[in-house]
Ligand binder design. Structure first.
Ligand SMILES: Nc1ncnc2c1ncn2[C@@H]1O[C@H](COP(=O)(O)OP(=O)(O)O)[C@@H](O)[C@H]1O
Ligand SMILES: [Mg+2]
Length: 492
């Protein structure tokens, strides 16, 4: 993996405690507590609970401490808390056995507040059990530890508060990164990014990388136009970036719920980009399984109008897809616009004609549009493409517009239209008025008189109008379909 492909939030994770900016209060509580453990005199509270807003260094401080004191970091995240056996198996082993080379361990239970949402009492009990029996320091983190369900954890742990990072601290880190990357950056730009991050360094670093990689420099103008405040909606690219970099369920959910796309389009975007983002086939498979479930729920919402299913769509399309990544490393990829939407836009006109044709034939055949689409149009297409002469008669008989003929005949359209013209001339001959109008006229003859219908077959260069026969029924005339030029055209 090239360094360019690495997200900066990972590349610039603090390696040493001193690199974790601000948070002096947290360090003052945490470091002595940890040192007690390392000296072999476990403190009374065997666990610490780091709490505070997102992106302010909770996980980073644990990782930096592990690095600095050469501890083996045993990490579990919210999705593992759901299964009691998993906690017992992984964590108990880690908590009771010394590692092979005698390296000391530190156990990180990241985002434990995720557990309150799942109402998993079993998971909670297992964590408490683990805290009671552990031989290694345990650090838990939470954005919001004040949920009633988490009270037992609060009681069992040393509470370590983390503050929202002040603007100057965010700027300091951003500047350090710009220097390390050799990127031109303006001070005002960093101020703008820092202000709008509202103390969330993770989002600030992500914004910085997005601008730097997109434009090769970080200027005030770019920052102003590209970085919008935290509560804003994400555009599709930001949504995907946030989704695919999510480590935890809540992050993935936030990515999805902040998106400015409608649900249908959002699923299309994810669908298109899963194989770009994930390199491991099993990851891709898992992600598509999750997305397929989201799609099933989404379909049911519409079928049964039960919007309470939307939560499941979000769970599957968000965390379901994001946490499917087990083996693929995160790569910085260029996300793609969904091909299906492009295709739908390109085929919009064809679909419109098809709809109009189905409605038109359905009324003639006294059947539903769906039947026409499934059973009639495919046969007509075969006839129109292989028997232009016969097709012409059908076209006249059913009063089809030129666009409909072109749609049905495809490459054979000009032949069918030619046959239509010939047939129309033949029909015209016996009637007295045709003598005056057999010469093609380049003028448009609108259907001004209600008793005379006109048939116009437009070609790209000229408009020919054939007066055909008297029509006594007004209804028929009014059935004509508008052509792209807005004129009424009927063949009968
Ligand atoms: N206090 C900090 N000092 C240095 N870097 C930080 C700090 N807080 C956050 N970061 C950066 O932001 C990213 C996310 O921080 P993290 O520690 O995961 O936040 P959280 O508080 O949500 O656990 C890290 O990769 C790190 O680069
Ligand atoms: Mg964290």
């Amino acid at each position: 993996m090239s360094t360019r492909a690495l997200p900066w939030i990972i590349k610039y994770r603090p390696k040493r405690i001193a690199e974790v900016v601000d948070q002096e209060q947290a360090k003052k509580l945490f470091i002595p507590w940890l040192q007690q453990w390392l000296k072999g005199r476990p403190p009374e509270k065997k666990a610490a609970l780091f709490y505070g807003p997102a992106g302010c260094g909770k996980t980073s401080l644990v990782e930096a401490a592990a690095h600095e004191y050469n501890l083996e970091l045993i990490e579990m995240n919210a999705s593992d808390f759901r299964r009691k056996e998993d906690i017992e198996r992984i964590a108990k082993v880690a908590a009771t056995q010394m590692s092979l080379f005698g390296r000391k361990k530190i156990i990180l239970l990241d985002e434990v507040d995720g557990i309150s949402g799942t109402a998993d009492k079993g998971g909670l009990d297992a964590i408490l059990e683990l805290i009671n029996h552990t031989k290694h320091p345990i650090v838990m983190t939470a954005n919001d530890p004040w949920d009633q369900k988490l009270k037992p954890l609060r009681d069992a742990a040393l509470m370590v508060p983390f503050n929202r990072l002040p603007e100057h601290a965010v700027i300091e880190v951003l500047r350090r990164i710009c220097n390390a990357e050799g990127i031109y950056c303006e001070s005002e730009a960093l101020t703008i990014i820092a202000k709008r991050s509202e103390g969330d360094l993770r989002s600030a670093i992500n914004d910085l990388q997005a601008i730097a990689e997109g434009y090769g420099k970080v200027t005030k103008e770019l920052a102003e136009s590209l970085v919008v405040s935290r509560d804003r909606e994400y555009n599709p690219f930001e949504t995907l970036r946030a989704l695919f970099t999510s480590k935890y369920a809540w992050q993935a959910k936030r990515a999805i719920s902040h998106s400015n796309l409608d649900y249908d389009t959002l699923l299309q975007w994810i669908n298109e980009n899963i194989p770009l983002q994930y390199s491991d086939p099993e990851d891709v498979w898992r992600a598509y399984e999750a997305l397929a479930k989201a799609d099933v729920y989404y379909g049911r919402i519409w079928k049964t109008i039960s919007w309470d299913l939307l939560a499941y769509v979000f769970d599957m399309a968000g965390p379901g897809v994001a946490l499917s990544r087990k083996k693929s490393k995160f790569r910085w990829v260029k996300y793609q616009f969904p091909q299906k939407i492009l295709l739908m836009a390109r085929t919009k006109e064809a679909r419109e004609v098809r709809e109009a044709l189905a409605a038109h034939l359905a009324s003639h055949l006294h059947t539903s549009k769906a039947t026409v689409k499934n059973d009639v149009i495919p046969f007509l297409m075969v006839i129109f493409r292989h028997r232009p002469d016969y097709a012409a008669r059908i076209a006249i008989g059913y009063n089809l517009t030129e666009r409909m003929i072109k749609y049905l005949a495809g490459p054979a359209a000009s032949e069918v239209l030619e046959h239509v013209r010939k047939l129309m001339l033949r029909i015209e001959k016996p009637t007295p008025i045709t003598a005056r109008t057999t010469k093609p006229s380049t003028q448009t003859t609108p259907t001004t008189t209600t008793t005379t219908a006109t048939t116009s077959v437009t070609t790209s260069t000229s408009t020919r109008t054939y007066r055909t026969r008297r029509v006594t029924s007004r209804r028929r005339t009014s059935k004509g379909t508008k052509t792209s030029s807005g004129r009424q055209t009927t063949l009968f």
